[in-house]
Design a protein around this ligand. Structure first.
Ligand SMILES: Nc1ncnc2c1ncn2[C@@H]1O[C@H](COP(=O)(O)OP(=O)(O)OP(=O)(O)O)[C@@H](O)[C@H]1O
Length: 271
C-alpha cells in the first residue's frame, strides 16, 4: 500500500469569482520508507499542500489518502498516523523539553503507564536527554528542531511531514537533522514528506523530488533523473531549480510580503 496517495488535489483561496489557486491539480504516490522532497519558490504552494495532507486545511477539490485514510472523510485516522513539524515554532519555550513532550503524550493518548518511558526514549533518540529539564528558551535552534522532531514522532507515526525542517539552522545543526531523518527511516521505516529551499538537502536526503511552480507540478523524479533533464553538463540541483522555476518577469519567484515575513519570523525564532 502506498503511504501517500494524492489525486488532482487543488486549493483555492479568496472569492469564487477571482480565486487564488495555491495548489493546482497535484498528483503523487509516495511509497513506504521513501523520503520525498517538495521544492519550489516562495509562494509556490508547498505549505498549502502540506496543510491539506495533514488535514489542517480542507481541499477545494481532488482527493488524498495517508496510510490508506482519506484526508477529508477519515481525518482522525490520518491524524493518528502522521507526525508534523510545521514551519512555525511548535514548542512552548516557557516549558522544559520534558514538559513539552508530556503535553503531546497526553494529546496523542499515550497510555499513562507508558508515558515516562516513551518520553525518555524520544528525548534520547534526538540527543536531548541531558537537557530534558531545561527550559526550551535556553535551547539552540538545532535543539528546538530536534525537540519538535521528538514531539512529532512520540506516537510512532508511519508518515512524517516536515515543512522546511532546517530553516534558520547552521550547517552543523542542519547535518544533525539530516542524520536524524535518515535514522528514522532506517530504524522505523518512516515515510518522510518534506519541503525545503536547500537544494543540497533535497539532493542528499530525498529519493524523489517534485518541483512546484505557481501551484503546479512542473517536474518530478530522482535527483539524478532531474539533473539529467537540464541542458547543462554536471548540472546541480540549483540548476534544476532555476531551470524549472525561472520567470524573471513576474514577482512570483520572490513570493509576497506575507510569504517573506512568515519565513523570516520562523528563521529568526530558531536562529
Ligand atoms: N490563508 C491564505 N489566504 C490567502 N492566500 C493564501 C493563504 N495561504 C497561502 N496563500 C497564498 O497561496 C500561495 C501559496 O502559499 P504557500 O504558503 O503554500 O507557499 P510556499 O510554497 O509554502 O511558500 P514559502 O516557500 O514562502 O513557505 C501564496 O501566493 C500565498 O500567498
Amino acid at each position: 500500500m502506498a503511504m501517500i496517495e494524492i489525486q488532482e488535489l487543488t486549493k483555492r483561496f479568496g472569492p469564487k469569482t477571482a480565486p487564488k489557486v495555491a495548489v493546482d491539480g497535484f498528483s503523487l504516490t509516495v511509497e513506504p520508507g521513501e523520503i520525498f522532497g517538495l521544492l519550489g519558490p516562495n509562494g509556490a504552494g508547498k505549505s498549502t499542500l502540506i496543510k491539506m495532507l495533514t488535514t489542517l486545511l480542507p481541499a477545494s477539490s481532488g482527493r488524498a489518502a495517508i496510510a490508506g485514510f482519506d484526508i477529508g472523510r477519515q481525518a482522525a485516522g490520518v491524524q493518528r498516523r502522521i507526525g508534523y513539524v510545521p514551519q512555525a515554532l511548535s514548542v512552548d519555550s516557557t516549558l522544559t523539553g520534558y514538559e513539552n513532550l508530556l503535553i503531546l503524550a497526553k494529546l496523542y493518548g499515550v497510555p499513562r503507564r507508558q508515558r515516562l518511558d516513551r518520553i525518555h526514549a524520544a528525548l534520547h533518540y534526538v540527543g536531548l536527554d541531558t537537557v530534558a529539564n531545561r527550559l526550551v528558551n535556553t535551547y539552540s535552534g538545532g535543539m528546538i528542531r530536534r525537540l519538535e522532531m521528538a514531539q512529532a514522532t512520540l506516537h510512532r507515526p508511519p508518515v512524517l511531514f516536515l515543512d522546511e525542517p532546517t530553516v534558520g539552522l547552521d550547517p552543523v545543526a542542519r547535518k544533525t537533522m539530516w542524520d536524524l531523518i535518515l535514522q528514522l527511516r532506517r530504524d522505523y521505516q518512516t515515510t518522510v514528506f518534506l519541503t525545503t529551499h536547500f537544494m543540497e538537502e533535497a539532493d542528499v536526503l530525498c529519493d524523489r523530488i517534485a518541483m512546484l511552480y505557481n501551484g503546479q507540478q512542473v517536474a518530478m523524479g530522482t535527483p539524478a533523473a532531474l539533473k539529467a533533464t537540464v541542458p547543462h553538463p554536471e548540472a546541480t540541483m540549483d540548476d534544476v531549480f532555476i531551470h524549472y522555476t525561472r520567470n524573471p518577469l513576474t514577482t512570483t519567484n520572490e513570493g509576497s510580503y506575507r510569504d517573506t515575513s512568515t519565513t523570516r519570523r520562523t528563521a529568526k525564532r530558531l536562529g
